[in-house]
Write a protein that binds this ligand. Structure first.
Ligand code: SF4
Length: 367
């Protein structure tokens, strides 16, 4: 279990090691590329910033070699914004004053059809953490309904049991997104003030439960800005390396969304653009075959740069509250969208950059 592995590392020591890296350490990391602790540390260090042009070039070549000039597109569909969690950084936090709603299956299908008409064929279904308001059986029905409309259905919802993931898989779900948010246990406990998400270890084990259930793809991530961002990415890399080695049948990818200044927190440690670029390059150099997802939290300008360097999957035309695509409901959003381009504008732009936007990248061999 990854929680056993991670308990052997001291956050403070890793931060100190990252900050004391030399240019020579970075050169050695770039030539060895072993998926080892010391390599991650060097590539994420302040000393590696000087090597960004070289890292970007190598990252871009590797991405092209393993993925071609293709970018997968998806859209999020919020089924509910009701949540019992008290996470300081989230727009759905239980204490906030906003309009709370859960779509009916008919409403969700209506929203889905509008998204499908825009050309999107891969959907990510989201809810808050409220099994009372959004019970598992309801989610299963929603997944089945979406499976009729989209080629790929993923979820980003409250953690479930291995058996429940298996049932969702049978209902047509093929992917799970689950972020640890921060691997720093102390900060984790302080920003997750109440609710089921407060249990650090329970959350850490979710990707393993989903992989054991046979989930085809799992996207893990950390929210940059809660803790030291370099150390955060180090632990994300360790988590990815662990999962990739243990569950070779599952395709793992990563995201590292940045906290927006809009969500005010006195503890905010915002990651600059240059570090976002460095993190994408470092990940690509270490994991050439793994996907990197970036959402519309980032601006169009940054997304266009990252696509050329290592990102392989992006959302497009996103709305981040339930009923916002077609129903005209003005409910609370989880975060603000910075890239507001429509799906057709994103497609046109990717094509102009020389990339093929992909809506569907797989078919089942056996049914
Ligand atoms: S991060 Fe998830 S659990 Fe926390 S408040 Fe937001 S929706 Fe709820």
């Amino acid at each position: 279990m990854f929680d056993t592995l991670i308990s052997g590392f001291s956050w403070k020591n890793i931060t100190a090691k990252i900050n004391s890296c030399t240019e020579n350490d970075v050169k050695q990391a770039l030539s060895s590329r072993l998926k080892k602790e010391q390599t991650f540390i060097a590539l994420l260090s302040p000393a590696a910033k000087k090597f960004l042009p070289e890292m970007s070039q190598q990252s871009s070549l590797l991405t092209c070699r393993y993925f071609g000039k293709t970018i997968q597109l998806y859209a999020p569909l919020y089924i509910s914004n009701e949540c019992e969690g008290g996470c300081t950084y989230c727009g759905f936090s239980a204490g906030r004053d906003y309009k709370k709603i859960t779509l009916t299956i008919e409403e969700a299908v209506h929203e889905a059809r509008i998204i499908r008409e825009s050309g999107i064929d891969s959907i990510l279904l989201l809810t808050g953490d409220s099994p009372q308001k959004v019970p598992f059986d309801f989610i299963k029905k929603i997944v089945s309904a979406m499976h009729e409309i989209f080629s790929s259905v993923s979820i980003e919802m409250y953690p479930m049991s291995e058996e429940q993931y298996r049932q969702l898989l049978n209902a047509g779900c093929d992917g799970l997104t689950i972020y640890q948010e921060t691997y720093n246990k102390e900060i984790y406990v302080s920003v997750h003030r109440f609710g089921r998400k407060k249990d650090y270890t329970a959350r850490l084990t979710v990707p393993e439960s989903a992989a054991r259930a046979g989930m085809r793809r799992i996207n893990i991530g950390a929210l940059l800005g809660l803790a030291d961002y370099r150390t955060e990415i180090f632990f994300l890399f360790m988590h990815h390396a662990f999962l990739e080695k243990k569950f070779w049948q599952t395709s793992f990818s990563v995201s590292f969304p940045r906290l927006q200044p809009l969500i005010v927190s006195p503890e905010l440690r915002p990651a600059p653009d240059s570090f976002l670029l460095q993190a994408v390059c470092a990940f690509r150099l270490m994991f050439p075959e793994s996907g990197i997802t970036i959402s519309t939290r980032e601006s169009a300008e940054i997304r266009d740069i990252l696509v050329k360097i290592g990102v392989t999957r992006i959302s497009a035309g996103s709305k981040t509250s339930p009923g916002a695509y077609a129903l005209g409901i003005d409910a609370g959003s989880q975060f603000s969208v910075r890239d507001e381009r429509s799906v057709s504008e994103v497609v046109k732009n990717l094509t102009a950059l020389g990339y093929d936007p992909i809506n569907k990248d797989w078919d089942k061999s056996f049914t």
